[in-house]
Design a protein around this ligand. Sequence first.
Ligand code: ZN
Length: 435
Amino acid sequence: MAIFDQGAEQMDRGELAQLQLERLQATLTRVYKNVKFYKKKFDEIGFLPEDCQSLEDLARMPFTTRHDLARAYPYEMFAVPLREVVRIHSSTGSPGNPIVMGYTARDLRHWARLAARVLTAAGVDRDDVVQVTLSYGLLTSAFGLHYGVELLGASVIPTGPGGTARQVQVMRDYRSTVLISTPSYALVLADQMAAQGLDPKDLHLKLALLAGEPWTEAERAEIESRLYLTALENYALSEAMGPGVAGECAARQSPGMHLNEDHFLPEVIDPKSGAVLPAGELGELVITTITREATPLVRFRTGDLVRLDYAPCPCGRTFARMSRIAGRCDEVVIVKGINIFPTRVGQILRGLHGEEEPSYQLVVGREGHLDYLEVKIEVHEGLFFDKMTVQREFLQELTHKLAQGIGVQPRVKLVEVGSLAREQETSNLVIDLRK
Ligand SMILES: [Zn+2]
C-alpha cells in the first residue's frame, strides 16, 4: 500500500510528539501576537505562550467555538495581513455571520499535500480519473481534494454537484475510476444508473471517497454493492482547513480514519465538563491547528462525537485513527422521541438558494403534552410570493421534504434574510423553549 508522505505518516510517535510541541509553541506565539481574540483569552487566564512546555499544557488553554468564529466576522481571526492571504473560503449554516477562513500560499500547499495523503491512503494513484461531485464555491468541500488529485498526478474531472444524468454520462464516457461525493449522492447516482438501465459493472469505478454527512455501515454496504466499488470515508473540517484532516486507509480498520496529526492536534473531551478524556473514549473532537498561517485555531470545538485509537495500523501509518462521527454533541435535539440533528435540516434545505444552505433555526416547544418543532428559514425576497396559493404550495412541499428527512412534521416559517441574526445574540441552531 502506497504512502504519500512516508517520512511524516510513519513517524515514530516520540518524534511526532516533539514536532507537535514545537509547532504548537510557534502557533501559540503567533496567535498571541496577531489575533486579539486569543491575546484577550490568554490574558484572562494569565497564560503566556512560553508557559506551554508540554503537550499536556494544551488542556489549560481556553476553547474556541463556532460562535467565537462567527463573531469575528469577517477578518478578526486572521493572524496574517490580508496581502498574505491568497484564498478565502467561508461556511454558512448557522444563524448569524458566516465563518471566514483564509489561506496563505503555504496553507494551500499543505492542503494539497494533506489531501494527497488521504487520497493515497484510500488507494488513488496517478493512473486514476477522479470525478469530484462536491461543491466548488465558498465552501471548502471540493477544492482541497481537487488540488490533492492534481498533486498526485491523477486526472481530476471537476463536475461539481448536480446534473445527475450528466454525471453518469461523464462517468461512463470519461471512464472515471474514483468518485468523490457525499454518501447520499453516491446513492442518487446509483438510482440514476438503475433508471437509465446502466449496469455499474460496465463502468470503470473502483473507489468512492465519501464525506460530508453522517452515514452508517449499512449505507456503506449498500453503496459498495450497488455501485460495485470500495467506499472509504474521509473527514473534512472546513474551519480547520477542509477535506484532508483525516481519511480512512485501505486496511479499513475500525476506527479507520488516520488523522494528520503533524498538522492537527486532536483531543477528545467530555462535551459537558470540557475535561480531556482518555484515548478510546467517545467524546467531542477538539482540534488545534499547528501549521495554519492565515487562520490558526486553538482548541476548536468541532461538535463532532468521535473516538480516537492510537494502536498501530496494518497499513504502517502511525497517526491516530478516528472513528466515524457518532453524532453531533452540541446540537442534537429530541422531539417526540426522535433524535434530530439540526445540521441534517441544513442538508435538506440546501438547494433552496442554489448551492448554499440558507440560514435556519429550529425552535422546539411544547403545547399541552405535545412537542412541536418549528423551522425558521431565511429566504430572499423573491421567495415571498405575491400569490398566497403559490406560497402555500411551496410551504407544503418544503414541510413534506423536511418531514421525510428528519422524521418529524415541522411547522415551517419563512423569514427575511438577516432576521435570525438580529433576533438574538447567540448563533444557536436550536432554541429549546421546553427547558
Ligand atoms: Zn491504516
